[in-house]
Design a protein around this ligand. Structure first.
Ligand SMILES: O=C(O)CCC(=O)C(=O)O
Ligand SMILES: [Fe+2]
Length: 300
């Protein structure tokens, strides 16, 4: 699909709008993944239980079946309350939304990054909207996020009308640090995890071995639990108001995706990213990031 599309999709990315306009038929990832063994992660017991329906996590502590361990995910429910959610949505919607790919809209505040050439520049980055400052303050209170310095904040909007989704991917590993933070503002949804099978050259994964981990690697391997099959799907709940952090194994060894079928009402989340160690103060490339880190302290 090389046609320039008004919806914002390019190449292999599609949404309902361009699929209808250009009669694009795509394999149904949701249906395909449903054929595999699947587990639903429970934030309360930090284990994944057999099943597909995301509501299964709500059965805690009365889960059914044999759980498996799933490492590298932290979910804090009710991270933002109803009053904060209402304020946040009103304030985000008072700022312009840009169209993005696969039916999403976004509000991106951060430096310009060329992932292919591994080049970073300030662009027009001037910090973050003042009305979102309280969220960053709350993030700084989370023990797992000690030392997290936000350098990119990106609001994302998904609607069922546009059939919005995000294809399975790993976030870039040259510039974006270990902890991938998402604040789910409205619209319960699901992050679907599948094992990454591709090469080390994609997503700049080859950079990971060149810097130290930020989150200490735990020695707990879930030894007492059953092992996950190779071809497995792990479903992570993203209820409205919750905080999610991906790190370690879940961050680097698994693709994450938001499937169209899991967007049943308007969903808005805010994604936060930090620099990799070489771009932090004292890092090898700190001279390239100094100005950006300064701008990132600003709220306008
Ligand atoms: O919408 C989400 O929760 C995931 C977004 C995402 O994976 C990304 O922006 O890289
Ligand atoms: Fe991502």
């Amino acid at each position: 699909m090389e046609t320039v599309r008004a919806c914002g999709c390019k190449g292999i990315r599609t949404c309902l709008i361009c699929e209808h306009e250009y009669n694009i038929i795509k394999p149904n990832t949701y249906k395909e993944l449903q054929k595999l063994p699947s587990y639903v992660y429970c934030p309360e017991c930090d284990k994944a239980w057999p099943g597909w329906d995301i509501n299964l996590y709500k059965q805690h502590p009365n889960h059914i079946g044999s759980p498996i361990a799933y490492s590298g995910v932290y979910i804090q429910q009710n991270f933002v309350d109803e009053r904060e959610t209402k304020l946040l949505i009103k304030d985000l919607d008072s700022l312009p939304w840009d169209i993005s790919q696969s039916g999403r809209r976004k509000q991106n505040y951060g430096p310009k990054c060329n992932f292919k050439k591994r080049k970073l520049c300030l662009g027009n980055f001037n910090g973050f909207p003042i009305n979102t400052e309280f969220v960053q303050k709350k993030l700084s209170q989370v023990p797992l996020l000690q030392g997290f310095r936000t350098i990119e904040q990106c609001s994302l909007e998904y609607t069922p009308e546009r059939g919005a989704s995000i294809d399975p991917h790993i976030d870039d590993c040259w510039i974006w640090g270990e902890r991938i933070v998402t604040v789910n503002v409205i619209g319960d949804s699901v992050l679907t995890m599948t094992r990454y099978q591709g090469s080390n050259t994609r997503y700049n994964l080859d950079c990971v071995s060149t810097y130290p981990p930020v989150v200490p690697q735990s020695d707990y391997s879930g030894d007492d639990l059953e092992k996950a099959p190779e071809d497995v799907v792990i479903r992570l709940p993203m209820p409205a108001g919750s905080l999610m952090v991906l790190y370690g194994d879940a961050r680097y060894n698994w693709d994450h995706a938001v499937l169209r079928e899991d967007v049943t009402s308007r969903r808005v989340c805010i994604a936060y990213r930090e620099f990799t160690p070489p771009y932090l103060p004292l890092g090898q490339y700190s001279n390239k990031s100094e100005e950006i880190l300064k701008k990132a302290q600003n709220f306008w």
